[in-house]
Design a protein around this ligand. Structure first.
Ligand code: ATP
Ligand code: MN
Length: 478
C-alpha cells in the first residue's frame, strides 16, 4: 500500500506543492469536479479537484456520497474559498462503492433520532465524528490526570456477587438454561449449581473493590463499564455506561471535592486544547439547534463560553441543608412549579431541584455535601450530628448530577451498626469489613459518570448520542 497521509496532518503541515496520497470517504461530489473527502482524523474535509475531462466517465459515476477512495495527486494552494489547500487528483481508485440510491446518509441534515437508528453509520457525520473524537480525548485525559498524580489504574471485576449500593437494579449473570433452571427442595432457583456457585450480576460500581486497592496502594482509580437495569428512559441514564471511580487513602471529604473539581477542570481544558475544531463545530451546532427554541429557553452562553466559564470559576460548595433552605424559598417551589415540592429537610433532591440550583440560582457547577444518611449509602462516613453523612454530589448545568462520592466510614463499629440498621448482610461483605479490621484509615472517593462528562463537553442533549452504541430499555441493536 502506498504511504497515506491523514487529512488532519496534511492540513496542519502547511506544506504545498508536494505529491500526496489520501484515503477516506466521499462526503459530497459537486459538479463532477470537487470531492469533499473525509477520513475521520478531523472534522475538516479535504477538497479533491478532479480533472473530469480526462477522467473515465464510468469512474466519475462511482464517486458517490459514502464511497471509499484512495486519491493520489498534488497538494496545492486552493483557488476556492473555504479551504487553504486542494489536492489536484492524478489518480483516483474506488476502494468501496456506495450506492447513492440506497445509502442511508444523504448529504443533508438528519435528525439525531434518525441517526440513532443507523448508529453503525452515524460516525460518518460531522456531529458524531466530533463527538467521538472528543470522547476519545476525554478518556485519555482522565488517564493522564491520574497517572501524573501517581494513581494506580485498578481493574475491578465486571461480574460480582455483591450489589455495591444495595440499590438493586442489577443484570443477572448465569449460564443456566433459563427455561429449566435447577431448583432447591423448596422450589427456588438453586444458584449453588450455577456457574459461580452463587447468584452473580454485572457490576453497578467498582467502588467496594476499589477501596480494597486503596488500602494498600494509597490512590487508585477504575475506569470501566458499569451496568444498571434501571428502567429509566431519561436523557441522562444508560443501562451500560462508563464510570471513573478514584479511591484515595488518607483523604477527607474536602480533599475528595478538591480532587474532583481539579479532575473535571483538567479534562475539560485538555479537550479544549486538543479538540478545538470539534468543540467549535459542536458549539455552532448547538447555536443552530437553539434557534428553534423560544428566546427565553436559549442558553445565555454558547458551548465554548460555558466550558470556559466552568474552568474560570470555583465550583460553589454548600451543604444539603443550605440547599434545602434555598429551594424551599425559591420561586418555583412557592409557585408550585416543581413537580416534587420541597416541604422540608430529609427528602432526596430530584433533578429539577439540582438543575434549579445550578442553572438558575448559582449559575455554575455546585458541590453539595453532607446529605441525610437515610438517602445515602451505608458506607458513607457518619457525621457527628448523627443525621448526615460526609457525602458529596457535583451538579453541572444542563446535566444535573455528574459526580457522586463520599468520605467512607472507616470505623468498624459505626459501619457495622449502619449495615445492621438497613439490613446489609455483614457476612457477605466480610472482605470489605476486613479492611476496617486491619489497618483501616480515613479514605474517600467518588464516581464520575463518563457519558455525563462527554454530554457536558459536547453540548449534546441526550446521553444516547455520546456513546457509540447505547444500551437502554428495549434496545441493544448493533
Ligand atoms: P442519578 O441520581 O442521576 O441516577 P446516581 O445517584 O444513581 O445518579 P451514582 O450511583 O452516584 O449515581 O453513580 C455515580 C455517577 O455515575 C453519577 O454521578 C452519574 O454521573 C453516573 N451515572 C449513574 N447512573 C447512570 C446511568 N444510568 N447512566 C449514565 N451515567 C450514570
Ligand atoms: Mn441512579
Amino acid at each position: 500500500m502506498s504511504t497515506r497521509t491523514k487529512i488532519k496532518a496534511l492540513l496542519e503541515s502547511g506544506k504545498t506543492d508536494i505529491d500526496v496520497t489520501v484515503k477516506g470517504w466521499v462526503r459530497t461530489f459537486r459538479n463532477n469536479q470537487f470531492i469533499a473527502l473525509n477520513d475521520g482524523s478531523t472534522n475538516n474535509n479535504l477538497q479533491i479537484v478532479v480533472d473530469f475531462e480526462n477522467t473515465d466517465p464510468a469512474l466519475l459515476k462511482r464517486i458517490t456520497t459514502g464511497a471509499a477512495l484512495s486519491v493520489s495527486g498534488r497538494l496545492v494552494a486552493s483557488l476556492g474559498k473555504g479551504q487553504s489547500v486542494d489536492v489536484k487528483a492524478t489518480s483516483i481508485e474506488i476502494l468501496g462503492d456506495s450506492d447513492p440510491e440506497k445509502y442511508p446518509l444523504q448529504p443533508k441534515k438528519h435528525s439525531l433520532e434518525f441517526l440513532r437508528e443507523i448508529a453503525h453509520l452515524r460516525f460518518r457525520t460531522n456531529t458524531f465524528g466530533a463527538i467521538f473524537r472528543v470522547r476519545n480525548t476525554l478518556s485519555f485525559a482522565i488517564h493522564t490526570f491520574f497517572q501524573e498524580r501517581g494513581f494506580v489504574y485498578l481493574h475491578t471485576p465486571v461480574i460480582t456477587a455483591s450489589d455495591a449500593e444495595g440499590a438493586g437494579e442489577t443484570f443477572h449473570v448465569t449460564n443456566f438454561d433459563l427455561a429449566n433452571p435447577p431448583k432447591t427442595e423448596t422450589g427456588e432457583i438453586d444458584f449453588k449449581q450455577d456457574f459461580f456457585g452463587r447468584a452473580t450480576n454485572l457490576t453497578v460500581s467498582g467502588q467496594l473493590e476499589g477501596e480494597l486497592g486503596a488500602m494498600a496502594l494509597s490512590d487508585i482509580y477504575t475506569f470501566g463499564p458499569t451496568f444498571r437495569a434501571e428502567n429509566s428512559n431519561t436523557t441522562r441514564h444508560l443501562a451500560e455506561f462508563w464510570m471513573i471511580e478514584p479511591e484515595m487513602a488518607f483523604y477527607d471529604l474536602k480533599d475528595n471535592a478538591d480532587l474532583a473539581e481539579e479532575l473535571l477542570k483538567y479534562v475539560i481544558r485538555y479537550a479544549l486544547d486538543k479538540n478545538k475544531d470539534d468543540i467549535e463545530f459542536l458549539s455552532q451546532r448547538l447555536l443552530e439547534e437553539e434557534k428553534q427554541k423560544p428566546q427565553q429557553d436559549r442558553s445565555e452562553l454558547n458551548l465554548l463560553e460555558k466550558l470556559q466559564f466552568c474552568l474560570n470559576n470555583d465550583f460553589e460548595r454548600l451543604t444539603y441543608t443550605e440547599a434545602i433552605e434555598i429551594l424551599k424559598e425559591s420561586t418555583p417551589n412557592k409557585k408550585k412549579k416543581f413537580q416534587y415540592l420541597i416541604e422540608g429537610w430529609g427528602t432526596d433532591l430530584q433533578s429539577e431541584h439540582e438543575r434549579y440550583l445550578v442553572e438558575k440560582h448559582f449559575k455554575k457547577p455546585v458541590i453539595l455535601t453532607d446529605y441525610p444518611k437515610e438517602i445515602k449509602s451505608f458506607y458513607m462516613r457518619q457525621n457527628d450530628d448523627g443525621k448526615t453523612v460526609a457525602a458529596m454530589d457535583i451538579l453541572f448545568p444542563g446535566i444535573g448530577e455528574i459526580v457522586g462520592g463520599s468520605q467512607r466510614e472507616e470505623r468498624l463499629d459505626k459501619l457495622e451498626q449502619r449495615m445492621d440498621e438497613i439490613g446489609i448482610p455483614k457476612d457477605e461483605l466480610w472482605w470489605y469489613l476486613d479492611t476496617r479490621r486491619y489497618g483501616g484509615c480515613p479514605h474517600a472517593g467518588f464516581g464520575l459518570g463518563f457519558e455525563r462528562l462527554v454530554l457536558f463537553v459536547t453540548g449534546m442533549g441526550n446521553i444516547r448520542d455520546v456513546i457509540p452504541f447505547p444500551r437502554f430499555p428495549k434496545n441493544a441493536e448493533f
